[in-house]
Design a protein around this ligand. Structure first.
Ligand code: COA
Length: 580
């Protein structure tokens, strides 16, 4: 079929549906432009059989839904209505939630139901839930709805008639630090993570709090800041304490736009006297405390988990991960598995921290060098290394993953093996590792097309080695089993020897340092030459001011009906009202 994806942004879920529908053989076009006229032009040109809206924050015009079947993905179970479904689900402590694919009609979320799917709600932030359980359920429900539509004859169930749940405004998010126990505070923080955050006061100033994680030991006067750790702050609740990794100062009317940054950095000197309380990755793995790094060993395998908000890795985060990586390398294990238990593997250098630097060019340079040092360590490790991708990865973050000997991927992951949309040539030794995996032709195609790649396609290309279906917990269990089998395999010694030989041969052909030097020479120009688009694109990304519309690289070819041309837009899970 010809399917038009109508979305407010080419965000993770839209990318997932894009990948899935293409994989099923459909011709897929994308329309992101907010204007109704632009939509009508696209519909006229593309003449879709079906319109699917994976993430839409505006109403579908009446003439459109009367003429075409428009299927809307609603992140709530059948019967649920309103614009803040996930926020309410998390805030109310729902144990199970759902996704419904319903047909657009005049009333919001009231159309006939074509498919639905449910999922258990784990204790995590809204965006992580959206990119993991919601994405899996939505992909399954969309596939079923599309199949039902294609088959003809399916009669969708009547839609919901109950009241709309209201927008989850800040008044519902408020934390009473003196009275609220940790469980309540965590629900509030998670329901607002990553956007819009919980509006709160710290040291007499207003901030949005982003992220919330439990702390098992630190205690103090409710509301007080007890400690810092790797940029996060620990704040006491009525019966315990929570970690908050990021803050965004409330925008002063008429003042400059604000954006999320590590909390301790935002508060700066206000934290005088607050102790830094570090935790070793191995200790963190045994405790219920927040840490970006966790390390555990099982069956002769080292597992180094890292989890960075939004998958972004600043200079400091790269350095800390490298230090932990070196320690893991020194352990008596033969296999080392890298990657977070859930959500993003990595999205490369930290564009927000760079934006906030006094000299963003210099900070970009430090950050990419720190990433390269990390990738170099992975490339030259004598153990067998495995990158485990429970979730999505992009740009330099994906190149970090493919530096490992093996890449194992959850079937739901969406990969973006390109840097072009940020105006960068890229580094992380990608000119060595990407062609080594997929060949020169596909390396060129993937980096220039700048399209998302699904796990199945990635496996066919050789970008990843193994793909397993299932939720994040099942994937993790499978990774543990397979890594243990690798470590116990009699063939391991031969593999390690072959790895050593191959690296030596490659080094002789062209030293890894030469790839890095060439890449960095180009990145230097990207960072420091006036007239390069990177600084403008980064600013637009961080401040969310990119032009709304369908980016050029998503236009379909003339055969499919050629859609509009607008420069790069980007993905968002939150609606416009989230920008307080
Ligand atoms: N630096 C800083 N923040 C980043 C980031 C980066 N490299 N990559 C992602 N994020 C943040 C986003 O700002 C967003 O924040 P929010 O939750 O407050 O909205 C969050 O991570 C998730 O990203 P989002 O864009 O909403 O997710 P998505 O699934 O729709 O899109 C990407 C994922 C990776 C395609 C998109 O985030 C992207 O293009 N990131 C930049 C990649 C890049 O160019 N890296 C630098 C070169 S190495």
């Amino acid at each position: 079929m010809r399917i038009l994806l109508l979305a407010s942004a080419f965000n993770s879920l839209t990318q997932r549906v894009h990948v899935d529908l293409r994989r099923r053989g459909h011709t897929v076009a994308v329309e992101l432009a907010p204007g109704e006229d632009a939509l009508r032009v696209t519909l006229g040109r593309f003449a879709p059989d079906l319109v699917v809206a994976p993430m839409l924050t505006r109403a579908v015009p009446e003439d459109v839904w009367r003429r075409y079947t428009v299927l809307i993905v609603h992140p709530g179970p059948p019967g649920d209505r309103g614009p803040s479904s996930l926020d309410w689900a998390i805030a109310d402590g729902a144990a199970e939630w759902g996704v419904t694919v319903l047909q657009a009609v005049a009333e919001m979320d009231a159309g006939p139901v074509w498919a639905s799917a449910s999922f258990p709600v784990p204790p995590c932030g809204k965006s992580e839930l959206y990119r993991t359980e919601v994405a899996d359920a939505a992909a399954a429900a969309v596939a079923l709805a599309v199949e039902r539509f294609a088959g003809g004859g399916f009669v969708p169930a009547a839609g919901a008639t109950g009241p709309l749940r209201p927008y989850h405004a800040q008044e519902f998010r408020r934390i009473d630090w003196a009275a609220d126990p940790t469980a309540t505070v965590l629900r509030r923080l998670r329901a607002a993570d990553s956007q819009p955050g919980v509006l709160d006061t710290l040291f007499g100033r207003e901030y949005f709090l982003h992220g919330g994680h439990p702390e098992d030991r630190l205690r103090g006067a409710p509301g007080s800041v007890l400690a810092t750790r790797d940029g996060a702050i620990c704040r006491a609740t009525a019966d315990g304490a929570v970690w908050i990794p990021q803050l965004r100062p409330r925008r002063v009317p008429g003042g400059p736009a604000t954006y999320k940054l590590p909390a301790a950095r935002v508060l700066g000197g206000l934290l005088a006297g607050v102790p830094e309380v570090p935790v070793e990755p191995a200790a963190a793995a045994r405790r219920e405390t927040w840490s970006e790094l966790r390390y555990r060993e099982r069956d002769g395998v080292g597992h180094l988990e890292f989890a960075f908000p939004g998958g972004a890795m600043s200079t400091g985060q790269c350095e800390r991960l490298l230090a932990a990586y070196r320690e893991a390398c020194a352990r008596p294990t033969s296999v080392l598995v890298l990657g977070p238990a859930r959500d993003f593997f990595s999205n490369g250098i930290h564009l927000n921290v760079i934006e906030a630097a006094e000299d963003p060019g210099e900070e970009s340079w430090r950050n990419i060098n720190a990433m390269d040092d990390l990738v170099e360590a992975v490339l030259t490790t004598e153990k067998l290394t495995v990158s485990a991708l429970a979730g999505n990865a992009a740009a330099g973050g994906l190149m970090l993953a493919i530096a490992a000997d093996e890449v194992w991927c959850r079937a739901s992951a969406v990969l973006n093996p390109h840097y072009r949309l940020m105006g960068l040539y890229g580094s992380e030794y990608w000119t060595y590792t990407l062609p080594r995996r997929v060949g020169e032709h596909h390396a060129g195609r993937l980096t220039s097309a700048a399209l998302p790649v699904g796990a199945a396609e990635a496996a066919e290309l050789g970008l990843v080695d193994r793909v397993w279906a299932g939720d994040a917990a099942r994937f993790r269990a499978r990774v543990e089993r397979e890594a243990a089998a690798l470590a116990a395999s009699p063939a391991l010694a031969d593999r390690l020897l072959a790895k050593k030989r191959r690296r030596a041969r490659d080094e002789e052909l062209r030293p890894a340092a030469a790839y890095r030097a060439d890449e960095l020479a180009r990145m230097r120009r990207n960072f420091f030459d006036p007239g390069e688009p990177y600084h403008g694109l980064r600013r637009a990304f961080v401040h969310r001011t990119g032009p709304a519309g369908t980016p050029e690289h998503l236009r379909v070819g003339p055969g499919a009906g050629g859609v509009r041309e607008v420069s790069a837009g980007r993905g968002r899970t939150g609606g416009p009202r989230d920008r307080a």
